[in-house]
Structures are given as structure tokens and as C-alpha cells.
Design a protein around this ligand. Sequence first.
Ligand SMILES: Nc1ncnc2c1ncn2[C@@H]1O[C@H](COP(=O)(O)OP(=O)(O)O)[C@@H](O)[C@H]1O
Ligand SMILES: CC(C)(COP(=O)(O)O)[C@@H](O)C(=O)O
Length: 281
Amino acid sequence: MFIPSHITGFFKVTRHENLLKTGSTGAGITLNKGVTTKLINGSGNVYFNDEKIDLCPSNDVIKYLDLKGKLKHDILYNSDFPLGCGMGTSGCCALGSAHELKNAYDLKFTENNELLTELELLKISHKSEVRCNTGLGDVIAQHTKGFVIRKGPGFPINVESIKINNLNDYYVLVDIFGKKETDTIINNSEWVEKINATSDELLGKLLNKPTLENFMELSYYFAKNTGLASDEVLELCSDLKFTVGASQAMLGNALFCICKKEELNDALSILSKPVVCKIYC
Ligand SMILES: Nc1ncnc2c1ncn2[C@@H]1O[C@H](COP(=O)(O)OP(=O)(O)O)[C@@H](O)[C@H]1O
Ligand SMILES: CC(C)(COP(=O)(O)O)[C@@H](O)C(=O)O
């Protein structure tokens, strides 16, 4: 199953003792690149682009589905982007394995004897991401798809999916410089204070004018004013001012830029290893 990558532009953290009520508000876009999950005969090993890894959210999904120690399959993730670069890759892995495992093991009920619907699979994926500190809102956006504004944290889902006119005119360029593990930021109270103070008014501003241009402007403001963006990324963003907008992908050491067809070649010439994507709805 394919799950799209998700880039967050800005976000605000809400913590709660209930993992389902923990999450983020904010905004982002899903991409036509992401992770394809497959199961093959095996014994519960997890492979990410052919490398055997021990991935916290995947382990949690297995545990929540009550399959720990019972798997007769290995999980294979084929990913367009690395883990830990702000592309919501860990969320792709959680969501992809939840769906594939449910189907392969014909699972019908949750641990609380609720019907194991798509919504319950999403909740399991969200709980796994939150518990592992690898994501707060990615899987909800990946489930919704497109240009997604998350108006409430976690569940019940409270999102607005923004229709983009002339969707085909837009490209998303991603340039990855390195890793920034999400847990080092969202587990640090000083960072969270800065993040929440900076993003406080941004959601309302985007809801008042929900355009891609405004999304990118607010994302750049967030990246710069939280101090999360590196000087390298900020400098490149200034060079990309002729596009719809550019900012840092949250939470990663990566730049993303939305541009129109006529801006594409100039934008590409500025970036070092750009991956060209489309918004995936
Ligand atoms: N080579 C690896 N082996 C095992 N786990 C990894 C590896 N690289 C990254 N991870 C884990 O993947 C997760 C990445 O999560 P996160 O930082 O939220 O990135 P993303 O933006 O991809 O969601 C972290 O739990 C990190 O420890
Ligand atoms: C920004 C982040 C908290 C982490 O995103 P990533 O690093 O891609 O896992 C995301 O989950 C969100 O809630 O918006």
C-alpha cells in the first residue's frame, strides 16, 4: 500500500494523558512520493529500503494489533525519502503496516473489541507515532490527503481539506540536507514553548486566507521565528522568493518549495539535490 509523504509547514503541540487527544494543529501538504509497504513471508523483521531496522512506530502498530511475536511475515518499506527528514516517513510506515497487517491477518476487532475500521487503524497509527515521539499530526494528514489544515489535535478528527484550483500547475521541490529527529524537538520544553508561541496566530491567519501562497508565507515565518530553520535553508528560501514560496520541512533539515510550471527550471537551478513532486490528493 502506498502512503504519501506529508510536509508540515507550521504546527502547535497539544499534550494530553490520552494519546488520542495528544497531537498537533497546523498545516501541510501530502506528496505523490512516499512509502509503499509490502509483507513477505518472514518472522516479523522490518526492512526500510532493504536495510533491516528496528522502527518504534512499526513495533507499536504490531503491538496494538496484538501481533507481537506472532508475525509470519516481514514488513518491507520502499521509501522515496529517508527517515527523520521532515517528510512524515515514520507516519507512512505506521499507516502502511497497519493496513497491510490488518488485511494479511484478516483482523476484525481492536483490543477493545471495536470493529477494526479504517478510522481505528488510523488511531492505532497515531497512537504509535505519538508514543514514539515521531509525529503528532502526520498520519491524520496522510489519511486526509492534499492541502490539509488540522484545526484540532488528534481525535476526533478536525481538519479542513483545502481545494486547490489548477492543482496540476504546481510542483513541490524537496531538497534534503540531513536529519533532524522529531523527538529531540517535541520532547524539549524550550523548543515546544517557542513553537507554540510562534504558531499561536498562524492557524487563524491561514483559515482566513487558505491559499498555497499564504501557507508558504506563514510556514516561512514559523521556520524563521522559531529558530528551527538553519541559515542554509533560510538563505535558499530568500533566493526562491520568485516562487509560490519556500520554507523548511517540519521537522527536518530539509527545504520545500512550491512553484508553478514557469518557475520550475529557475527554482531547480538554485537547489542542490531537488526531488520534484506533485501535491497528492
Ligand atoms: N536507520 C534507522 N534505523 C532505525 N530507526 C531509524 C533509523 N533512522 C531513523 N530511525 C528512526 O525513525 C524515526 C524517524 O522519525 P521522525 O524523526 O519523526 O522522522 P520522519 O520525519 O521520517 O517522520 C525515529 O524514531 C528514528 O529513531
Ligand atoms: C512536525 C511533526 C510534529 C513531525 O513531523 P515529522 O518530522 O515529519 O515526523 C508532525 O507530525 C506534525 O504534527 O505536524
